[in-house]
Design a protein around this ligand. Sequence first.
Ligand SMILES: NC(=O)c1ccc[n+]([C@@H]2O[C@H](COP(=O)([O-])OP(=O)(O)OC[C@H]3O[C@@H](n4cnc5c(N)ncnc54)[C@H](OP(=O)(O)O)[C@@H]3O)[C@@H](O)[C@H]2O)c1
Length: 349
Amino acid sequence: MSPGSASPLEPGRASRTFPLVKAAVCTRYGPPEVVRITDVDKPVAAENELLVKVDATTVNRTDCGYRAAKPFILRFFTGLRRPKPKRRVLGTEFAGEVEAIGSSVTSFEVSDKVFGYVEGPFGAHAEYLTTREDASVATVPANATVEEAAASTEGSHYALANIRAAKISSGQHVLVNGGTGAIGSAAVQLLKSLGAHVTAVCSTEHVALVERLGADRVIDYLAADFTKDDQTYDVVFDAAGKSSFGRCKRLLKPKGIYLSTELGPFPQNPILALITPLFRGKRVLFAIPRHDQEMVNHIKGLIESEAFKPVIDRRYPLNEIVDAYRYAETGQKIGNVVISVADRVDQLL
Ligand SMILES: NC(=O)c1ccc[n+]([C@@H]2O[C@H](COP(=O)([O-])OP(=O)(O)OC[C@H]3O[C@@H](n4cnc5c(N)ncnc54)[C@H](OP(=O)(O)O)[C@@H]3O)[C@@H](O)[C@H]2O)c1
């Protein structure tokens, strides 16, 4: 049972026979204020699961989307009217220590430091979670802090899914709009590790950061409209979801690809991804991100080879998670917002 399946303590209930742990619980969809820190039953690892004591997690745009049920389609996964009991503790990224293992677990041991991605079951916004040993989990790379490990899967797996969908290879010219966000900052680094030539777009304040991430060229969108750039690209990846295929088409080489992390306002991107390939010219690709153990191990390898290091913006303790949500959904965070669950004892007792 994951923390997501545990119900908040019922008021007036006199005694419990099993331990309680802290979790950030959402019993309805809405703004950040729907999230409450409360007691839930401590989860127990099933025979093929790890029980992880969570040290760090993140609040990311995926959490914001599920919490607010935007886009509406997310309700088909988490509950139509309100979050299902098993989906009330959000949190997709985690890093922590294995406290117990199920009887059939062979690839992890108690005391292993692990990190991973749990979109679907969720439950990382809690002191403990359970995850299957064959899910998106791996041991923390020796050269990463627990916070870096926690922040290394959400943005990067969206970036990786898009890069793989477009089959981007060494020497290709790629423009990344929004090179500072969780997805964009990962995309710049992953593309450089592939040997692509990267032009990144960001605001004046973040030009130096994007250069440090490895971008070959930076366009400050406050000084110039990147869609009027005179260079052409094999791929335009709008990691901020702020442009459109129509506006970016002139930037693409004859068989160039437009990628976006957003559906688009109409929402046109998935539809264009079906139609544009029929014309055999410039086209839209809409990547469906996949997460599994191969993905986490791939990211782990990139961290170990120092090809990828997640950008961390702010840190909050678990009991200030509402503030973390408020900040994450300004659309102005730089990389990732970390929740330090290890601070919980001082903060919550
Ligand atoms: N629905 C979902 O489940 C889901 C999940 C993940 C992501 N997404 C979408 O994917 C997009 C990116 O996600 P993310 O987590 O990477 O975002 P993020 O971390 O919130 O991105 C914030 C960054 O975007 C940049 N930015 C803001 N306005 C911009 C503009 N007009 N042009 C270029 N850059 C701009 C800002 O940097 P500067 O100040 O330098 O511009 C900021 O650093 C978002 O639209 C998000 O909603 C959706």
